[in-house]
Design a protein. Structure first.
Length: 104
């Protein structure tokens, strides 16, 4: 397949270039989806799920944790009790406050 591109302007060549790049990406995506569907079908035929065979497990998304503690000096700073303790929480504990004093 031959195309005579010498008659095209620079703008037309750039537009053509963008369209070709998009088509190449679309082609690759279609081929990946087709391959994945074929692998999933083969796994089902053998009595497995694709994720069982690959070791990938779909995890559920966690909802954001609810704040349980608030900074006594600035109530806009909160902490859910998960993860690393914020500096204001550690400082309040060192000053003699208990976690119950900062509970929301």
């Amino acid at each position: 397949m031959k195309f005579d591109l010498s008659d095209l302007s620079l703008k037309e060549l750039k537009d053509l270039h963008l369209r070709v790049a998009k088509e190449i990406d679309g082609f690759k995506d279609r081929k990946k989806r087709e391959a994945l569907m074929a692998l999933e079908e083969k796994a089902r035929e053998l009595g497995f799920t694709f994720s069982e065979l690959t070791g990938t497990v779909k995890t559920r998304k966690r909802s954001p944790a609810v704040a349980k503690f608030a900074n006594p000096a600035n109530s806009s700073e909160t902490w859910s009790g998960r993860g690393r303790k914020p500096l204001w929480f550690v400082a309040a504990l060192k000053s003699g406050k208990s976690p119950d004093d900062m509970a929301i």
